[in-house]
Write a protein that binds this ligand. Structure first.
Ligand SMILES: [Zn+2]
Length: 291
């Protein structure tokens, strides 16, 4: 996959969109209908919670070089974690090594899902992460990616979480796409459940983050709520190392189900990914503007 995503012209500054979104829907109201012109019909599918990932050397990747533009979110720090990596499939022993993941250890990482046509989840995650980074940076956010290409191995799930801790990120988002049942559609956001000694400090703010992201993604991407798991697009898990090892508010987005033909068509579409990235950036901005 390309290491650089095409830059796109922004139709509206993110801040303006955030304000529109915030105005359109009260903070905790029900999720509004998806714009029919912007998205395909919405059924609801979802994705399973992902798997830990990682394996490699994980130096956080600084945002693009050069000064960030001043924006409404200047000074805020967000970690974007594109799940898995392109080299994982060829490094089974390495990504299978147990790493800290909470009360129990888990594998360093996994290979990830793919569509019937062979579009790999690690590639999707990487491409979408770059688009989200571009949007956040335009509003002044300092963005750290947990991997710097799509050809390496890892980093391991605990290292990915540690990157957010090290920079004391205001929010961290792990981007994935599920490998669920072929008949199931949709997305879900995974928030950390209570794991004493691990997630106590992040459960509440992470739920806020999950709700902001869920609403914005539903509205903006047109991907429906998962219909094969979770509850209206929201799940809570205590077994994900990427969440358990985080000390900063963090959620996973399972952006759609790669095994479902309708979802796969969207996930594989570059134009749709632009819209999805817009909505994810909006969701993160809504959360950051909470305080
Ligand atoms: Zn995944």
């Amino acid at each position: 996959m390309p290491a650089s995503a095409p830059r796109r012209a922004r139709a509206l500054p993110l801040a303006a969109l955030v304000l529109l979104l915030a105005t359109a829907c009260s903070a905790h109201g029900p999720v509004p209908d998806t714009d029919p012109t912007a998205a395909p019909p919405l059924p609801s599918p979802e994705d399973e919670g992902d798997a830990p990932a990682g394996g490699g050397d994980g130096q956080g990747v600084p945002a693009d070089s050069g000064p960030l533009p001043e924006g409404p979110l200047s000074g805020r720090v967000v970690v974007i974690d594109p799940g898995h990596n392109g080299g994982n499939a060829e490094a089974a022993s390495r990504i299978g090594e147990p790493v800290p993941a909470g009360p129990r250890e888990k594998s360093c990482d996994t290979v990830g899902a793919e569509t019937a046509d062979g579009y790999a989840e690690h590639e999707f995650n990487w491409e979408l992460a770059l688009l989200v980074r571009e949007r956040l940076e335009a509003d002044g956010v300092t963005v750290v990616l947990t991997r710097d290409d799509n050809e390496s191995v890892g980093p391991c799930i605990d290292e990915r979480a540690e990157m957010g801790n090290e920079v004391e990120a205001d929010a961290a988002l792990s981007i994935h796409a599920d490998g669920g049942p072929e008949s199931g559609r949709g997305f879900h956001v995974i928030a950390p459940g209570e794991v004493p000694g691990f997630t106590d400090d992040i459960v509440a703010p992470s739920l806020d983050l999950a709700e902001d992201l869920r609403r914005a993604y539903l509205e903006g991407s047109g991907m429906p709520y998962a219909d094969y798991l979770a509850d209206e697009g929201l799940d809570e898990r205590t077994d994900l190392g990427g969440l358990n090892m985080s000390d900063v508010p963090k959620v996973f987005l399972e952006a759609g189900n790669m095994r479902n033909p309708e979802d796969a068509a969207l996930l594989s579409d570059a134009a749709w990914r632009e819209r999805a990235a817009d909505s994810i950036a909006h969701g993160l901005a809504l959360y950051l503007m909470r305080g």
